[in-house]
Design a protein around this ligand. Sequence first.
Ligand SMILES: NC(=O)c1ccc[n+]([C@@H]2O[C@H](COP(=O)([O-])OP(=O)(O)OC[C@H]3O[C@@H](n4cnc5c(N)ncnc54)[C@H](OP(=O)(O)O)[C@@H]3O)[C@@H](O)[C@H]2O)c1
Length: 329
Amino acid sequence: MKTLIASRPGGPEVLALAETALPEPGAEEVRIRVTVAGVNRADLLQRSGRYPPPPGWDPRRIGLEYAGTVDCTGARCILRRPGDRVMGLVAAGACSEFIVVPERETLSIPANLTDVAAAAIPEAFLTAVRALWDEGELTPGEAVLVRIATASVGLAAIQLAHIAGHPVAGTGRDSARLDALRALGLDHPLVEGGGMVQRARAAMGGAPRVVLDLWGGGRLSENLALLSDDGRLVVVGLLGGNRDTLDLATLLMRRQSIRTLTMRSQPTEARIALVRRFERQVLPLLAAGRLTMPIAQVYPVADAAQAHRDMERGDRPGKRVLLLATAAD
Ligand SMILES: NC(=O)c1ccc[n+]([C@@H]2O[C@H](COP(=O)([O-])OP(=O)(O)OC[C@H]3O[C@@H](n4cnc5c(N)ncnc54)[C@H](OP(=O)(O)O)[C@@H]3O)[C@@H](O)[C@H]2O)c1
């Protein structure tokens, strides 16, 4: 079978399709014929050698999220049957014609979603659920500010928070892109720039209890200033860099906390618990057409290097996905 690999750490040009052995599922695993895989910034970092997967995963194999069809099941599988349409996350190697995963880590694809639409769901929406409720501990009615609302995780977070009844503010660089997000539930679009704390307070009528941050380095003080007393800052992405400084006295006086998360370093049982909860709470919303993830562009897997280049440029919101099988639409 073919697998997308980084032949050595480097730029998009190191991506190549390699012939690898067909994986055999263990007793509680299923083998999935992948039709479409999502592209994520973590893939770009892994490709360049800066973000290896956890031990046990091949650091050359690229891809965190997939959609496809169950090809065969292990001896003790009870949830899945060959032919089931499934989507989900892996720690590496989703851009392969076949993968094996624990059957309990797979999510059913709602009938209204194509495989292209499904491959864009797991990373953004599972991350947003963890950030808002597990780490952010949002309780009913609390306001949330998503910094960057136009990022994929941001797009997922604003929709989920809105449907759950939370007032939602979100930032971005482009006012037209932000305004378009009102249709997805963004109550208060805030263009990045000076006076952010005052503008956010004025728009929201106070300070949010949770800030979900995808930017990281350089905005820590501002994020804490944006946040209410007792608020939770959830740092999920480091687009702006890894380093910052912190005034611990202010943090203590305002009783704020800083939380973080990574999806792929979670233990398997924690991943499974999140997926099963997602199936109960979020899948029905996807099936009802109440959640969406815009697709920025679809590429054949042979054009993976171009997809990585386009993502590095970051010129368009939404997910980029790679077709592994021509049958996917
Ligand atoms: N911790 C975890 O487990 C986890 C999980 C998922 C994602 N993440 C991280 O979260 C971050 C966001 O991920 P994502 O998938 O949501 O990102 P994405 O879909 O690629 O969106 C990133 C957005 O950032 C905005 N942006 C602002 N300044 C930028 C700049 N200088 N260069 C490039 N883009 C810029 C762009 O929107 P505008 O042009 O509209 O401003 C762009 O669309 C990444 O750092 C990712 O690695 C972490």
